[in-house]
Design a protein around this ligand. Structure first.
Ligand code: NAD
Ligand code: DAU
Length: 357
């Protein structure tokens, strides 16, 4: 039985990945989820696994070096999938410090603990691998139409968030280049799907529309993101882990570029079509809610991934068409009102007031 150490598994992508893995491998794997439970970490995302004896939750900070080493001493870990991070660009503009601590120093701690545990006299124990979950934002912004991010595109981050993720990638690269540490890096585009915290564009717009609140679009709304359904990302991570060539970087993208304003319009139309006439919220879900607000500082104009390498070397492709993925996502939020109420009580209200005042 393989033992996975997943960091940040109580967050959006991490929890979807853990569900994907248990659905696929059933009781042939064990997953240890290390998560300090920041505002973005939510044990409710994994409540259905409480009785699964192959799932172990450890509430711990990846910045705690001794704790990371102890986990590797306690368990014989075969795979590390490193999701834990501060992940929201707007928050990084307001408070960069925590991004560098978690995303850079936390990554270094984890690498160091894995390297110590896996090293032998002449290399590493067999069949061990570390996967760094990175982002297309490390490549910066595409200004020209028909240009794409390739693995060979120079790193050119702009926000404190993307700079911290790029720094983490460089530390992983240093471990691969200097110590031949067995690792891969994946760089993915914007994910959407269930369990995403409503500070990000899609769940924020769904929640606001249902509450009849304004839908705040930054700048002219024409910034482009390349959207990928989160379960397709989970599958890509698993495939890179098992089939990826050691030391390689793989871009993961949805072939699905959309302007922000188009995303918001699709959300309004889909909500309006899914809500029954008897639901009182249906009356206020309309385009009058759209409001253009001050632009994000340093707002990257366009992201678009060329996932050619992962397709040709590994055979992964995005499977979920956006029309289907957004319907599944909106249905999930409609069916999980309590989840939304829990994550938007307390600190979220303060964040929202300060951010959108
Ligand atoms: P998220 O913010 O939803 O979840 C992050 C998780 O990490 C939370 O559970 C949080 O509690 C945990 N965490 C934060 N700091 C920690 C610390 N110091 N120690 C332990 N746990 C800590 O993030 P997400 O959107 O799920 O993103 C996961 C990863 O994927 C991140 O590394 C992010 O950079 C990357 N990524 C995200 C996207 C996207 O569209 N969301 C796209 C590409 C890459
Ligand atoms: O590209 C991958 C990245 O995607 C990940 O690495 C990040 O962790 C993830 O947060 C995401 O970053 P973005 O900044 O692209 O995502 P966000 O949902 O914050 O914003 C998407 C776009 O929508 C962006 O152009 C800003 C815009 N936006 C966002 C919010 C929250 C708005 O116009 N209004 C909003 O209220």
């Amino acid at each position: 039985m393989k033992t996975y150490l997943v960091t940040g598994g109580a967050g959006f992508i991490g929890s979807n990945y853990i569900h994907y893995m248990f659905n696929k491998y059933k009781d042939t794997i064990r997953i240890i989820n290390v998560d300090v439970l920041t505002y973005a970490g939510n044990p409710e995302n994994l409540a259905s696994l409480e009785t699964n004896e192959n799932y172990i939750f450890i509430k711990e900070d990846i910045c705690n070096k001794d704790a990371m080493h102890n986990i590797f001493k306690q368990y014989d870990i075969d795979r590390v999938v490193h999701f834990a991070a501060e992940s929201h660009v707007d928050r990084s503009i307001r408070n960069p410090q925590v991004f560098v601590n978690t995303n850079v120093m936390g990554t270094l701690n984890l690498l160091d603990a894995a390297k110590c545990a896996w090293e032998t006299e002449d290399g590493y124990k067999t069949d061990k691998k570390y996967l760094q979950v990175s982002t297309d934002e490390v490549y910066g912004s595409l200004e020209e139409e028909d240009s794409y991010f390739y693995e060979s595109t120079p790193i050119d981050p702009h926000s404190p968030y993307s700079a911290s993720k790029a720094s983490a990638d460089m530390i992983v690269k240093a471990y691969m280049d200097t110590f031949h540490f067995p690792a891969n890096i994946t760089r993915c585009s914007n994910n959407y799907g269930p369990y995403q915290f409503p500070e990000k564009l899609i769940p924020l717009m769904i929640n606001n529309a249902l509450l009849g609140k304004k839908l705040p679009i930054y700048g002219d709304g024409k910034n482009v993101r390349d959207w990928l359904y989160v379960m397709d990302h989970a599958k890509a991570i698993d495939m890179v882990m098992e089939q990826g060539k050691l030391y390689e970087v793989y871009n993961v993208g949805g072939h699905n570029e959309k302007q922000n304003v188009d995303i918001v319009n699709i959300i309004i139309d889909t909500l309006a079509s899914l809500l029954p006439d008897s639901d009182s919220r249906k009356a206020h879900v309309n385009k009058d809610l759209i409001t253009y607000v001050e632009d994000r500082k340093g707002h990257d104009r366009r992201y678009a991934i060329a996932p050619d390498k992962i397709k040709s070397e590994i055979g992964w492709e995005p499977e979920t068409m956006f029309a289907e993925g957004i319907r599944l996502t909106i249905e999930w939020y409609l069916n999980n009102n309590e989840w939304m109420e829990h994550v938007t009580s307390g600190d979220y209200q303060k964040y929202y007031q300060e951010m959108y005042k």
